[in-house]
Design a protein. Structure first.
Lengths: 153, 180
């Protein structure tokens, strides 16, 4: 009985913290968003080629862009066909790793934040710094391509 | 009184008509921040970069409304400002991809523009050739009277006439020597 009350109390406390802490809310929502990305990759298959998202750049110019084949690449990575995924988009794996790392980070940082509330600000600062670095490393080829296009035009 | 100090050090007094722990504009701030970050990720993917402008504008609007609410209720604005800045930067990145449209315009001008000019010239030449070879007939009917005008540009005939004239003229000595 005491254990049940204790569990109930800790659950309501956790719920209260999630309601009160924007960081935990943001992490929770991002976890959902990343899960949706993975679900999208798993749901649509390269075999049936039924992806709803089309490349606007290719539609307008007739030329494929640097991110073309990313959805196919993600679907193949989810299915464990890494070499085929690389053929569709050479940067697909590193972008996928970014999302996977973000998923782990959201869960990990949330757990740490709940367990050690005193780390608050430092943890958020560390999270932002790591996320920015990961983002730059993962999306650098796309950023470079955009800059190149702007210079060309 | 309940303490609403969060881990981030933001003191949040409860406000009337609001859930404790959710000060003015905080929910909008979270929505704006998430929308802005998603926009940022979408904006750097060239395939969907231009579309990212829509969530970017939504993020800016959400953050702006949240900021106005926060300033009225004197609530913390950290998340709202972050959402606004990321939203603006993401929208600018997305907007910059419109420059690609300029590239499309150039391509159209170079590849299609020249072709269209050639097609127009060909059509013009064909029409003129047909008109020169063809016969034109104009018939006018008025109160039972009819007048028909037949005209022939006769390009071939004119060529023939010109050739005949040239042949005929070759035998004539038109030099000034005969007058000496």
């Amino acid at each position: 009985m005491t254990a049940w009350i204790s569990t109930n109390n800790s659950f309501s406390e956790l719920k209260e913290r999630f309601r009160r802490e924007p960081y935990l809310q943001v992490n929770l929502i991002f976890t959902g968003v990343i899960m949706l990305v993975f679900a999208y990759s798993g749901f649509f298959s390269p075999a049936s080629d039924n992806y709803p998202v089309v490349c606007i750049h290719e539609k307008l110019t007739g030329e494929p862009c640097v991110s073309c084949g990313l959805s196919h690449s993600f679907s193949l990575i989810v299915r464990g066909r890494i070499s085929e995924a690389n053929e569709w988009n050479i940067y697909g794996l590193r972008v996928f790793i970014f999302f996977a790392a973000q998923l782990l980070m959201r869960i990990g940082f949330s757990v740490f934040y709940i367990k050690y509330p005193e780390t608050g600000k430092q943890l958020i600062t560390y999270d932002i710094a790591v996320s920015i670095m990961l983002f730059i490393v993962s999306f650098l080829p796309y950023i470079e391509w955009i800059i190149k296009q702007i210079h060309l035009s | 009184m309940e303490d609403f100090t969060t881990n981030t050090g933001q003191s949040q007094p409860p406000l009337s008509g609001q859930t404790p722990g959710q000060p003015g504009g905080q929910s909008l701030g979270i929505a704006a921040l998430i929308t802005a970050i998603v926009t940022f990720v979408l904006a750097v993917i060239p395939c969907v970069g231009i579309i990212a402008m829509i969530p970017g504008i939504i993020a800016i609007v959400l953050a702006s409304i949240g900021l106005s609410q926060a300033s009225r209720k004197d609530s913390p604005r950290g998340i709202l400002v972050a959402g606004l800045i990321i939203g603006v930067v993401a929208t600018l990145i997305s907007f910059s991809q419109i420059f690609v449209a300029g590239k499309i315009g150039d391509k159209f001008q170079k590849e299609w523009g020249g072709n269209i000019e050639n097609v127009i010239n060909d059509v013009q030449r064909n029409v003129l050739d047909e008109l020169e070879d063809g016969n034109v007939s104009i018939k006018i009917n008025a109160d039972g009277d009819s007048v028909e005008i037949k005209a022939s540009a006769g390009k071939q005939n004119r060529h023939q006439e010109l050739e005949e004239l040239e042949k005929a003229n070759t035998g004539i000595n038109d030099s000034l020597d005969k007058y000496k």
